[in-house]
Each structure stands twice: as structure tokens, then as C-alpha cells.
Ligand binder design. Sequence first.
Ligand code: 13P
Length: 337
Amino acid sequence: MDEANLASIARSLIADGRGILAADESTGTITKRFDGIGVESTEENRRSYRELLFTTPGLGEFVSGAILYDETIRQAATDGTPIPALLAKQDIHPGIKVDTGAKPLAGSAEETVTEGLDGLRERVAEYHGLGARFAKWRAVIKIGDRIPTPYCIEANAHALARYARLCQDGGLVPIVEPEVLMDGDHDIDRCDAVTTETLHVVFAALHRQGVSLEGMLLKPNMVISGKDCSRQADVDEVAERTVRCLRRTVPAAVPGIVFLSGGQSEQVATAHLNAMNAKFGGQPWALSFSYGRALQDGALKSWKGSADNTQAAQTSLATRAKLNSAAAKGAYTGEAA
Ligand code: 13P
């Protein structure tokens, strides 16, 4: 493992208030997003949509990395430039989703474990050859009546650590993503307790498997009320409790924490990140973004599958990227509703 190189890539991903564009939707997920705007999910439509995102003028000023799906990292822009090279031209590191999805966890009716370890060493080598410099693996922890079970958290943490170690051995910076879902009517206390437990177990597994903390990034959920909870915690409470939870669980050696948006609206996701940095700045790690929906929602709606709307869609993405980068510095001042 080349620890110095990994640490240097990890630091560059969170330097200067930049963050990450998650554009690694699997074919199933992007098809759902395209259904929402009435666009057929063909390989060509997926390619041209991703080309639109990655050729957004000035994107590299606010975005340091873009996470790709297996199909996308093998595609090229209209002029023949391979997608990883297209990103590199904007000073954006290409990243790759390497898990194969959350599958039913044997012995637990409602829970999942994320798969994708088989053949991972070889896939990491191939992706590195295609230009990838970092990777992502998402574990899913669901809150419900008697879940999550310790078994589910352990199984997912073990897989995350195996993934992270394999990536580091192959020269990719792993983004470790244990997502506690916001689906459900649980309150913020329950999200806090489950997130705290999950992060403790994940960092114990990372330690046991010899993962270099300096050469990784953490991608967690925020500590937030369940979507259907009758009491919705406000922006300041989410910021305070998220930072407190992370201070108790994430070692200072980790260079950066890049949040997922998880179903928050674009504006709320930006406001939460900003409040953390504006009110609780000076933490041992940078606090930035690795948003999917909270960066792309407006762009998708503007695009609607037509090349005529390219500029409007790119303007939407560039605006969100700029606002989130301001939030990563605690300098977001809001926007017209
Ligand atoms: P969202 O920001 O839409 O949650 O997506 C981020 C991501 O990469 C989830 O794995």
C-alpha cells in the first residue's frame, strides 16, 4: 500500500471547499430518475446525460471528484474523449462505485448486506487502469421496530473494511459509506444512536483490517429526523448533533467527511452543511459533500432529455456545486426560495 499517495489523493478530494459529485447511479436507479422526467433509459441517453454533467463549464472549481458507474467509466464523450479523461481535463478525479448493491441479509427478513467483494482485487486493478483514483461502497442500515440488528451492522462493517483495504492495496482511495436511512417515523435521537453505533463498529472493523485512515474518506448520513417523524429537527439541531456524533466516533486521522444527501432537498442539504461549517468550524476533518440527488435534481428537471436544454441543466448543476462549495466553507448565505 502506498500510504503517502493515498493520503495525498484523499486530501486533494476535500481541499479548498471542493466536494464530490455522485453520478454513480446503477442502471436501475438512473432509470427511476429518467422515468421521473419522461426520458427513456437507453445507454445513449445515459451517456449523453453524464457527458452533459461532466462538461459543465467551471465545474472543477467546486467539484474535486465524480463517482462513476461501471458503464460510464467505459464510455466516451461525443468527440471520442474517454469519460475519465474528460473529467481529468476539468481537474476532477474520476471515482468508481465498486459494490454490486444491497442484497437481502440471510437470517434477517428486513435487512440487507452490500455485496461485491468477489473479484474485487481484479476489478480495482482494471478501474485504476481506466483512470479511477478513488472508489465508493455503500452499506445500507435501515431503522425500524427491532432493526438494525447488531448482526446487520457487523456484517456491513466487515464488508466495508474488506472493500477499503482491497482498494488501498490497489491504489484507490476508498470512500467508506455506511448510510443510516432517513426512511421511517423515528426521531432524531434514534438516528443519533444508530449512527453512533454504526460508526463505532465500522471504525473498529477498519482498524482490525489495517485500513489507512489518512488514505480514506467517510461518507455518512447526517443525524436527522426520520422523513415521517412528526417532529422535524431544524437546521441548527441537525448541524449540532451531526458534528457531536462525528466527534465521538471518527478518528482525527481521517482527512475528510463527505456527506450523502439521502433524500434531503437541494436547499436543505446545502443549509445543513453550511450550518456545520459556519457554527462548528475547526474540526479535525474537513466537512464537505458527496451529493447525488441534491446536486442533480434541478439539472435533471431542466434537461428533460433534450440537447436544447443542455445549458439550463449545466447552469443548475454549476449553481448547486458553487453553493455547496460555499457551504463547505461556512459561507453560504441562502438563496431565493
Ligand atoms: P444521494 O446524495 O442522492 O443520497 O446520493 C449519494 C450517494 O452516492 C448514495 O450512495
